[in-house]
Design a protein around this ligand. Structure first.
Ligand code: GMT
Length: 388
């Protein structure tokens, strides 16, 4: 198949999943064209079957805002005309579903040429936060419904979408996945010693995110402070975003900044996850929690919020621990238990890895996307009443 994948290439789960899907589809013999404003994070060099098309959004003195939606739709039309796309797969509904819809309308308006099918994958904040905002809700719902196929990364997100938006499309759940050949624990004792100072008793707690308010990164520091008071430990904060400063301030206010290290954005997270003993994810909302899955693949037990799709990834008490997002003491207690009971730590980290290998590797999930593409192309899905 000829597939065009549209995504935000910046650091973030939706861009990572879209890029991993593009790579996996190309490996399986498809021709894949990734359309984005910048070359994605983790993009391979000279990959067979993969091409990258950059969207440029020229400014003009009259415009006070960049016209990304129009330039993206324009680029999708050009790529589709030139390369005969069968599928345009939009990752993150806003505004990618709208751009894909517009591109399809333009292509169907021409007398000749192929008209690709549009698939939208909902990732989370495109529905739960931004898509539900009254400034976007009507256009978001309309464009999701106009897609020829819609997927969501968890059952929770699918249900949330039906509750939150007037969407009538039949949403299929296809969970996120990892390249399990890359995402596996690869310990580097020298790197670990750099963070522990060579102290065998020192435990390393990690948090990886884009430091948006939804991640509650100041709470990560609060939980860590409680752990640090009971277990010799250091906190590694990986990633950057608007809340990083606040997290640093919280560590200073609590008098633990010496135990908190900010590593900023890192392209390679596997070496860092591979030296960690515990991952904290006390998010307000998480439609799936790809960061938790990456940690589990590296055998790092996760203590997270019991929200959204996280219970579909983490089995509480078996492959990690889930608590209400504001139960800071309970999260700290679970963290301390994991860091002080070696047998428990081993049991949970092994169960976490087993779950990833059984359910969330590319070889289990990518065929689900391929089958969905085939169904959409063959028109085998139930029609959405509002589609025009
Ligand atoms: O989390 C974000 O801030 C944005 C978004 C993204 O584009 O990375 O994350 C969402 O999509 C990920 C990939 O499907 C999911 O793993 C995250 O759980 C989801 N984030 C939220 O729902 C908050």
């Amino acid at each position: 198949m000829n597939v065009g994948i549209v995504c935000y290439a910046s650091v973030g789960g939706s861009g990572i999943v879209a890029t991993e899907l593009a790579k996996a589809l190309a490996d399986r013999g498809h021709q894949v064209r990734l359309i984005s404003t910048e070359m994605p994070f983790r993009w391979p060099q000279y990959p067979a079957g993969l091409a990258f098309h950059a969207v440029q959004t020229p400014g003009y003195p009259l415009f006070r805002e960049p016209q990304y939606l129009l330039s993206l739709a324009n680029k999708i039309v050009q790529v589709s005309r030139e390369h005969g796309l069968d599928i345009i797969h939009a990752h993150y509904a806003i505004p990618h579903a709208a751009a894909a819809y517009l591109a399809r309308q333009i292509l169907s308006n021409a007398a000749d040429g192929k008209v690709p099918r549009v698939i939208t994958t909902l990732h989370g904040t495109d529905v739960t936060l931004i898509g539900s905002d009254s400034s976007y809700s009507e256009t978001a719902a309309f464009c999701i419904d106009q897609s020829d196929g819609v997927t969501a990364v968890s059952k929770s997100l699918r249900d949330h979408t039906y509750r939150q938006l007037p969407v009538r499309a039949d949403i299929q759940v296809i969970p996120n996945f990892l390249d399990c050949g890359i995402h596996r624990r690869s310990p580097d004792p020298d790197l670990r010693a750099r963070f522990t100072g060579g102290d065998e008793k020192m435990r390393l707690v990690i948090h990886v995110s884009n430091f948006r308010p939804v991640k509650r990164t100041d709470t990560v520091v609060d939980i860590f402070a409680r752990i640090h008071a009971r277990v010799p430990s250091r906190l590694l904060l990986v990633g950057d975003g608007p809340e990083l400063d606040k997290a640093g301030r919280r560590a200073r206010d609590l008098g633990i900044s010496n135990a908190v290290e900010q590593l900023g954005d890192q392209e390679q997270v596997v070496p860092l996850l591979s030296l960690a003993d515990l991952f904290l994810l006390p998010s307000e909302q998480e439609s799936f929690g790809l960061a938790a899955l990456e940690a589990m693949a590296c055998q790092v037990p996760v203590v997270a919020s019991d929200v959204g799709g996280l219970p579909e990834v983490i089995d509480h008490g078996v492959t990690g621990y889930l608590h209400p997002p504001h139960a800071i003491d309970a999260m700290a207690d679970s963290g301390v238990n994991l860091l002080t009971d070696a047998a428990l730590h081993r049991r949970v980290s092994e169960a976490a890895l087993a779950t990833v290998l059984q359910r969330f590797c590319a070889n289990a999930i990518v065929p689900q996307y391929e089958a969905f593409y085939r169904d959409v192309i063959a028109g085998r899905l139930a029609p959405t009443p509002t589609r025009v």
